[in-house]
Ligand binder design. Structure first.
Ligand code: ZN
Ligand code: ZN
Length: 384
C-alpha cells in the first residue's frame, strides 16, 4: 500500500482512537499491561476492540506463528480502525460480520471488547505466550533506544509502515529504522530507486503525524553485490539516515572472494551496519543453512577501523553471528547493533534474544549503537 494519504488516515486513526482504545507507550495493543512483555496481573480496564485485535496479532507474531494465523486479526483491526462508534452500533445490531474481513473468530474478539470483557482468545494467548521470550538480557534491552533493521509490506514484511512505527513506539523505542530490501533482491520485492523515493515520502508523512518523541528513520537493507558494491544508487543512499548492508546471494562463494566482498562493503562510506554476517539459518521453516566462509579477522578489523557496527541479528532462525564469531568481533573492538530484523510488528520484540546474547558475553552497552540517542546515532551514521 503505497498511498501517502491512506497512510495518513490510518495512522491518525491509530493515534487518535479514543480511550480505552488508545495505545500508550509501553503497552503494545494497550491490553492493560505494564511494559512490552505482559504480566498476568492487570488492574486496568479491558482493551478496546482495535487494541485487543492488535495485541492478539502482536502475541502471535512474537511467538513466531505462521503469517496466515495472524493476518485475520491485523485485517480486522484495519477494518474497524476508522469506524469509531459504528463498531458499537454494529455489535448491538449483530451486523459486524457484514464488514469485509470480519469472520467468526475476529467478531468474537470485537464483541467481547466492546462489551467490556477481555476476549477469550486474548486471555488464552497472554497466558500461553505472553511471558518473557528469553531469560536474561533485561539490562541491555532496557538500555536500547531503537532498532536499526525492520521491514514493511513494501518489501517482504507483512505490515504497513505506520503499524511497524506505532508498535516500535509502544515498545518504548525512540526510533525505528525502516530498512526494506534493495532492487536486486527481487524475491523480497526489493525497492527500486523510484519506489524508495516514494517510500521516503511516506516516512515523512508518518513522522509528521507522530508527536515528537519518536522518529521513524529512513533506511535500507542494501544487498552487498558480488564485488562488494552496494545495490542502490549513490543519490538514494545519501538521502537515508542509516544503511544496513547484507549478503543475500552467492552465500557459498569461496572464502577469499567472500572476504574481499565483505571488506569492500564495510569500507564503503555508506555502510553503517554489517547485517547478519554469516547468513546462516539454524532453525525454522526455511530449513537450515551453513554459514558463509570468510576471514573473520579481516572483516572485523575492517569494521573496527571504519566504525561499522557488526549486527547481532536477533531473529531466532539466524542467531547471527554465531557465539565464537561474536566473541571475536568483541575482541576486535567493533561496535554492534542489536537488531530485530522484524518482518511483522510483533517480531520487533525479538531484540531481547540478541540482548541476552550480548549480556551473556559481557558486551559493554556503550559499544551498542542502538543504546545511543537519536542524534548521536545520526551523527555516527553520516559519512565524514
Ligand atoms: Zn537480510
Ligand atoms: Zn532484513
Amino acid at each position: 500500500m503505497d498511498n501517502v494519504v491512506d497512510v495518513w488516515t490510518r495512522l491518525r486513526a491509530l493515534w487518535t482512537s479514543p480511550s480505552p482504545d488508545r495505545a500508550r507507550p509501553g503497552t503494545v495493543g494497550g491490553a492493560g499491561h505494564n511494559g512490552p512483555v505482559a504480566t498476568s496481573e492487570t488492574t486496568e480496564a479491558p482493551p478496546g476492540p482495535v487494541q485487543a485485535l492488535r495485541r492478539i496479532a502482536f502475541l502471535l507474531e512474537r511467538s513466531r506463528a505462521e503469517t496466515y494465523k495472524v493476518k485475520a486479526f491485523r485485517a480486522a483491526a484495519a477494518t474497524i480502525l476508522p469506524l469509531g462508534e459504528e463498531v458499537v452500533t454494529r455489535v448491538e445490531a449483530g451486523t459486524l460480520r457484514e464488514l469485509p474481513g470480519i469472520g467468526a473468530s475476529t467478531a468474537e474478539v470485537i464483541e467481547a471488547a466492546v462489551q467490556g470483557r477481555v476476549p477469550r482468545r486474548l486471555a488464552q494467548l497472554e497466558q500461553e505466550v505472553g511471558g518473557p521470550l528469553v531469560e536474561g538480557g533485561e539490562q541491555v534491552r532496557a538500555a536500547l533506544r531503537g532498532d536499526l533493521h525492520s521491514h514493511s509490506d513494501w518489501s517482504d514484511g507483512g505490515s504497513p509502515i505506520e503499524e511497524m512505527a506505532f508498535t516500535a513506539m509502544e515498545l518504548g523505542h525512540d526510533y525505528l529504522v525502516l530498512t526494506d530490501h534493495s532492487p536486486r533482491l527481487t524475491v523480497a520485492n526489493g525497492l527500486s530507486a523510484a519506489r524508495l523515493a516514494r517510500q521516503l515520502e511516506v516516512v515523512d508523512a508518518v513522522n509528521e503525524h507522530l508527536d515528537g518523541g519518536f522518529r521513524l528513520l529512513r533506511g535500507i537493507e542494501v544487498d552487498i553485490l558480488d564485488d562488494g558494491s552496494l545495490d542502490q544508487t549513490e543519490e538514494m543512499l545519501a538521502r537515508l539516515d542509516v544503511r544496513v548492508a547484507s549478503v543475500h546471494s552467492k552465500l557459498k562463494m569461496d572464502r577469499d572472494a567472500m572476504t574481499r566482498r565483505m571488506v569492500a562493503a564495510v569500507h564503503d562510506p555508506w555502510t553503517n551496519v554489517l547485517g547478519h554476517c554469516t547468513g546462516r539459518l539454524v532453525t525454522g521453516n526455511r530449513g537450515t543453512r551453513a554459514q558463509s566462509e570468510f576471514d573473520a579477522e579481516a572483516v572485523f578489523a575492517a569494521c573496527a577501523e571504519t566504525g561499522t557496527a557488526v549486527e547481532i541479528n536477533s531473529r531466532p532462525e539466524r542467531r547471527d553471528p554465531p557465539t565464537r564469531l561474536l566473541q571475536q568481533a568483541i575482541d576486535a573492538g567493533c561496535l554492534f547493533s542489536i537488531d530485530s530484523d522484524a518482518h511483522a510488528p510483533g517480531q520487533l520484540d525479538f531484540q531481547v534474544y540478541g540482548c541476552a546474547r550480548a549480556e551473556e558475553l559481557g558486551l559493554d552497552p556503550e559499544r551498542i549503537v542502538n543504546t545511543w540517542t537519536t542524534e548521536r546515532l545520526l551523527d555516527w551514521a553520516r559519512p565524514a
